[in-house]
Write a protein that binds this ligand. Structure first.
Ligand code: SF4
Length: 357
């Protein structure tokens, strides 16, 4: 027998519950009888089969009421249901479209580098194993990315210009999608300059690292004469007709560097929209910086030779590892999105469990 007293109990409790939060309701025959304050003796004498039937009827009633009333039957348990006041928020729908995981695809071409910056988020250095993704995998990723709705490819390292086939790697991307290539800009000479010159100026943006308007700060973290060579690389890339972004990594106590730095970039001819200034993350070689976790960080799908990661800033941090299977890329993107939803739901539940007042 359907118990409408149970429904009244639910309506009353949801009315006292914030939108988005949940209540758990006992739908077992005995609880239903208690809630209705009706025929207790018949409930206690019901057979197990009739109790199960009654619970099922109660669940059906609640499900129909939820559909009609704009609330959500969030979970059905053995003898209870969980009902959300209103509909569940879709964490993906709350993001700016440009932040939707899978809008941009990051690929680590390699992990070795000619520098050994003291805050490198993936601990790159001349001694670091290359761990190259390779042109074949990059080309397949670029193909699958275009089919999966990715709008931009971003190649990073390590220092990508250490690779003898970096021009082929870049071409396999620019033929499919607009591409950004991150570099320290210090190696544009000889054969590497020839490889740069073979790259597609219309589809490629070069993002060159530079931390300050003068050598002191940049060289303190990156090594002697690194600033001078990076500025030379920026000027050369602009002269070669490339779109150039400049990205700075600044310690928290160096905010006073920002104003002279942006003025310096203007003098170099770097457009305001092509200037990126970010904090040091406590990842890789950095012994301090902003703490980033999969709970606090909106993911950006990142592929390395080892697999798929939550975000490029933590592509050697095991707690940010998503899966070893890179292909199909669409599955990897779906995996990251599902994990993001689960993390946000867990955070919401935690907020419900631990109210501050
Ligand atoms: S921060 Fe960039 S330039 Fe410095 S070691 Fe890491 S990959 Fe190389």
């Amino acid at each position: 027998m359907v118990n409408h007293g149970l429904l009244l109990d639910l309506v009353e409790r949801l009315a006292a519950t914030p939108v988005g939060s949940t209540v758990e309701l006992d739908v077992s025959a005995s609880a239903a009888g208690g809630a209705a304050a009706s025929d207790a003796s018949s409930a206690t004498s019901a057979t197990a089969a009739s109790r199960a039937e009654e619970a099922a009827a109660n669940i059906d009633l609640i499900a129909r009421w939820c559909r009609a009333s704009g609330n959500e039957l969030a979970e059905v348990r053995a003898e209870s249901v969980v009902v959300r006041h209103g509909r569940r928020r879709d964490p993906l729908a709350l993001l700016d479209p440009s932040q939707l995981p899978g809008t941009r695809l990051w690929m680590y071409t390699n992990f070795d580098c000619n520098l050994r910056c003291d805050y490198c988020c993936v601990s790159s250095s001349p001694q670091t194993d290359r761990r190259a993704l390779g042109v074949d995998r990059v080309a397949r990723l670029a193909d699958e990315a275009a089919d999966a709705g990715v709008q931009e490819l971003i190649l990073t390292g390590g220092e990508p210009f250490l690779l003898p086939d970096i021009d082929e790697v870049v071409a396999s991307c620019t033929t499919r999608l607009p591409t950004t290539l991150l570099t320290n800009g210090m190696l544009f000479r000889g054969g590497r300059l020839e490889r740069l010159r073979r790259m597609d100026r219309d589809r490629l943006t070069l993002q060159i690292s530079l931390d300050s308007a003068t050598p002191e700060l940049h060289d303190a973290h990156r090594g002697p004469r690194a600033w001078e060579r990076a500025v030379g690389g920026i000027r050369l890339a602009l002269d070669e007709g490339f779109d150039v972004k400049v990205a700075a990594t600044l310690p928290a106590d160096q905010a006073h560097e920002v104003a002279p730095f942006t003025q310096f970039l203007g003098g170099l001819g770097i457009r305001p929209e092509n200037r990126v200034i970010r904090a040091i993350a406590h990842e890789g070689a950095a012994d301090s910086g902003v703490e980033l976790t999969v709970d606090s960080l909106i993911p950006e799908v990142t592929v390395t030779a080892e697999g798929v990661w939550w975000h490029p800033v933590a592509a050697t941090d095991e707690s940010h590892f998503v899966r070893a299977e890179i292909f199909p890329l669409a599955d990897a993107i779906a995996d990251v999105r599902e994990r993001f939803i689960r993390h946000r739901e867990a955070a919401d539940r935690a907020a419900e469990w631990f109210p501050c007042s």
